[in-house]
Write a protein that binds this ligand. Sequence first.
Ligand code: THG
Length: 370
Amino acid sequence: MNIPLLSPSRRLRRTPFSKGVEAAGVKAYTVYNHMLLPTVFRSVEEDYKHLKNAVQIWDVSCERQVELRGPDAGRLMQMLTPRDLRGMNAGQCFYVPIVDETGGMLNDPVAVKLAEDRWWISIADSDLLYWVKGIVHGWRLDVLVDEPDVSPLGIQGPKSEELMARVFGDAVKNVKFFRFGHFDFQGRDMVIARSGYSKQGGFEIYVEGGDIGMDLWNALMEAGKDLDVHAGCPNLIERIEGGLLSYGNDMTDDNTPHECGLGKFCNTNTAIGCIGRDALLRVAKEGPVQQIRAISIHGDKVPLCDSWWPIVTTKGQTIGRVSSAAWSPDFNTNVAIGMVRMTHWDDQTEILVQTPDGQRDATVFESFWI
Ligand code: THG
């Protein structure tokens, strides 16, 4: 198959780390929040093995921030999500479903509480900024909303803590999961959280000011030479094994958080002010009729999944869709994420998946691989 190239232009934004990514031999990009996001360095499978054994530097600048500043910032944040934020303190990060007035998912970002009156919403791939600006205008809220020059850099993998300590000092080891601290790099303040889009452990550095980007990239590469540090990126195989969802692929605004298995991040009863609260109270009472599941697709390696693959019964009735799939060397099966109707969502249910290569036997699981 011929894979066409992407034509560069200013609309397809480069990042502060693009030069480093290119020097490291990036082989493919996707577009995420109108910005370049690397998807392959050596190969998806080699990158996967390396991620699980060493440490990688990820250019995840495309996780853009929607910054909220002002006295109504906290109130606005609670209007956006059904997760109860009253117990959240400055210094914490929360994974938060963002819903519209129907309870449909608009994004699944990480909310970073910098101060009572200052937040970053570290967004997945949808133009959340416009929804937030619309709410601020419509409700006449006292808060400024914009996209600052902040580019996250991910440090992921089992050796990430060692590498981070070498560059930022041992104190970085004290940062707990989904919390952040402030650290110095060349006289500049960096927000560093223990978080990231892998299950291998790691950190995210919120780099303020693109001008310092390559200095930081080079310092990390230099300090990690003997740790086998390499440029990497969110890995398709590893994130499916871990059940990390991809907005626009695994769910859209047609899905509620409960359908996405994100009910544990909703406190709809107490999230007073959430715009989708009434709608979600209704769907939460009944419970969803379809839900995200781990799916093992039998047989040899499946092709790239760039459209939804129907899930059917032996009688040919459609009961769901597969939205992400990849061959897993560690689990010796095709791992997949899909939305499955309640009649077939129980653990170990046998189903059929219609891949572009033909129909495959598959099994539904109630939990992911890692
Ligand atoms: N980090 C930051 N911003 C992001 C992402 C990120 N923006 C885009 C995208 N990723 C948003 N989606 C997710 C999906 C999953 C997680 C984070 C962001 C995640 N989930 C963990 C899990 O499900 O195991 C932990 C959730 C928790 O316990 O709170 O980390 O990766 N900055």
